[in-house]
Design a protein. Structure first.
Length: 191
């Protein structure tokens, strides 16, 4: 694979309960493309993955959310799983961290239930997105145009529905993260 992402640093924000394959496969694809990835979490040392309804593996936290500086990263990846984004969207620091990527026009990718955090960060209004189908009403109520497609790109925001979409998701996140900042990614300061 080409080294399209050399010198790019990608933050992967997760709490316990993320869908393991939605972290491991994109992380591997990003690293194979030359990116440096950091698992960022409110947890101090480890974070617990899940394989659907069963506990998966534990992963070391590279940087705690308290110490993470969004200015140190070129892009943000938000894996899904039900418990993970539900926890993150209730933590003001996590929501601010996510929002800062949009304020800086940096690319962001979210899969499955990951877009729940985007709603809380108030960054989906007037954007075309996809997600796990159960989030479509939440996303529509937040002003998004929800579509049922394997991957959607809207000015640097990449979204996908489920683990089966990961190959298409990975191709698009590498492409968008390589492009870098998207000025239309920025959201109105009035929000």
């Amino acid at each position: 694979m080409t080294q399209e992402l050399n010198n790019k640093k990608v933050a992967i924000l997760v709490a316990d309960g993320f869908e393991q394959v939605e972290l491991t496969e994109p992380k591997q694809a990003l690293e194979q493309a030359g990116a440096q990835t950091h698992i960022i979490s409110p947890n101090n040392d480890k974070v617990q993955g899940w394989n659907h309804f069963d506990k998966g593996d534990e992963f070391p936290v590279d940087v705690t959310l308290d110490r993470a500086n969004p200015d140190d990263y070129d892009a943000l990846l938000l894996p899904g799983g039900v418990a993970n984004p539900d926890q993150l969207r209730m933590q003001e620091k996590a929501v601010r961290f996510i929002r800062s990527f949009f304020d800086a026009a940096k690319p962001v990718a979210a899969i499955c239930h990951g877009p729940w955090t985007l709603i809380e960060a108030d960054v989906v209004q007037d954007r075309t997105v996809t997600s796990w189908p159960s989030l479509q009403t939440d996303l529509k109520n937040a002003g998004a145009n929800w579509v049922d497609q394997e991957v959607v790109v809207d000015q640097g925001l990449v979204t996908s529905r489920k683990p089966q979409d990961i190959p298409a998701f990975n191709r698009k996140i590498i492409e968008e993260f390589a492009e870098g900042k998207h000025q239309k990614q920025q959201v109105s300061a009035a929000r």
